[in-house]
Design a protein around this ligand. Structure first.
Ligand code: CTP
Ligand code: MG
Length: 242
């Protein structure tokens, strides 16, 4: 069964504050997007990877994947394609999904994996792909919430305390049967013929939830944490240095 991975990597990285798109920020000398794609291909479970980047970065990212002499190859370059993303994450995923559906109609399973989750272990990718192969139509990796979580109003006054035992944080990749994710994006207003990009705040699984379809979970991995802030990048640097 053919597996396609979509990698939204077209964000500006404002919260990281490095002054360049987050996906291109080096971590131990290797850009985050390269690490994320390498993790997907190292799993041995992914056939094709579509990377969505800012239009201005397409040529630069293509050359990153083409590799340089003396560099460990990211994977078979023929299996990686770089295309232009959209104005928000969902639009970037929708653009890659649309392209993927056209170019890889045989794909049964699709993974959506943020470049920002650059250190996701290949083993987690394998577990997610296996889950879909065994019949789960939507699967996400989750971790329990360690901190107490409070809801606050606009003034910062506490409204209530959440029941932490029922809460999970969600990582990527998120894995889906291709037909289901396509239906979820179509129902969310993304035209199947591609143009038209409504703005959304839900994640990919959130769009499947809106269809009333079940979303399953598997245990996530602390290494699959999202690199959002300078602190996260510092932690990631320490992790790759050890
Ligand atoms: N993303 C994308 N297209 C966008 C915005 C975000 O493909 N228009 C991607 C990012 O590149 C990232 C993932 O979606 O891999 C998750 O987004 P986030 O962590 O918010 O990254 P940025 O949007 O780059 O960061 P910030 O919100 O701090 O600017
Ligand atoms: Mg963002």
């Amino acid at each position: 069964m053919s597996v396609l991975a979509l990698v939204p990597a077209a964000g500006d990285g404002v919260r990281l504050g490095v002054g360049m798109p987050k996906a291109l920020v080096p971590l131990g000398g290797i850009p985050l997007v390269v690490r994320a794609v390498r993790g997907l291909l190292d799993s041995g479970s992914v056939d094709h990877v579509l990377v969505a980047v800012r239009e201005a970065d397409v040529a630069r990212v293509r050359s990153l994947f083409a590799g340089r002499p003396g560099q460990r190859p990211v994977g078979d370059a023929a299996r990686i394609e770089v295309l232009t993303g959209g104005a928000d994450r969902a639009s970037s995923v929708a653009a890659a999904l649309c392209y993927g559906a056209r170019q890889h109609p045989e794909a049964h399973t699709v993974l959506v994996h943020d470049a920002a989750h650059a250190l996701t272990p290949p083993e987690l990718v394998r577990i997610l792909v296996t889950s879909v192969a065994e019949g789960a139509d939507a699967v996400v990796p989750v971790l329990p919430v360690a901190d107490t979580v409070k809801e606050v109003d606009a003034d910062g006054r506490v409204l209530g305390t959440a029941d932490r035992s029922a809460l999970r944080t969600v990582q990527t990749p998120q894995a889906f049967r291709m037909a289901l994710l396509r239906r979820a994006y179509r129902e969310a207003g993304f035209d199947p013929e591609c143009p038209g990009t409504p703005s959304l705040s839900a994640d990919d699984a959130g769009l499947v939830e809106r269809l009333g379809e079940p979303v399953h979970t598997v245990p996530g991995d602390p290494l699959a944490f999202k690199i959002t802030t300078a602190w996260d990048l510092r932690v990631a640097e320490l992790l790759v240095a050890t």
